[in-house]
Design a protein around this ligand. Structure first.
Ligand code: HEC
Length: 100
């Protein structure tokens, strides 16, 4: 009984641990890529469900200038490696597919 009570008390924490927290810098991306990674702007790629390592590599390339595109170079310059990791994790975990 006591074990059950402890489990119930921990449940909200366990559930929270499964859903990734929103990255601190997500607000800088939503206008173009959407919070869920489904872009509504022509010419702007969807990020939802994209491979996590690919997203990290893309942002790192914009940041160090080996990949050049307006506006991503200036945006990526404001990101620290930990921001890039958090954003890549977030967008890779959003469900891909569906229509705009
Ligand atoms: C003003 C609009 C705008 C904002 C804001 C913006 N992006 Fe982008 N993003 C773009 C466009 C346009 C591209 C395509 C650039 C290209 O051709 O390489 C892009 C490309 C990318 C790509 C490469 C996708 C791929 O398939 O290669 C990643 C990753 C990305 N953005 C992440 C982000 C993140 C994370 C943020 C927030 C920190 C952000 N973007 C903010 C417009 C935007």
């Amino acid at each position: 009984m006591r074990r059950l009570l402890i489990l119930l008390l921990c449940l909200p924490t366990l559930v929270q641990a499964q859903a990734p927290a929103k990255p601190a810098k997500l607000g800088q991306c939503v206008a173009c890529h959407g919070e869920n990674g489904r872009s509504r702007i022509p010419g702007t790629p969807h990020l939802a469900g994209q491979d996590q390592a690919y997203l990290v590599a893309a942002m790192a390339a914009y940041r160090n200038g080996t990949r050049r595109a307006v506006p991503m170079n200036s945006i990526a310059n404001t990101l620290q490696p930990r921001d890039i990791a958090a954003l890549a994790r977030w967008y890779s975990q959003q469900p891909a597919g569906g229509t705009r």
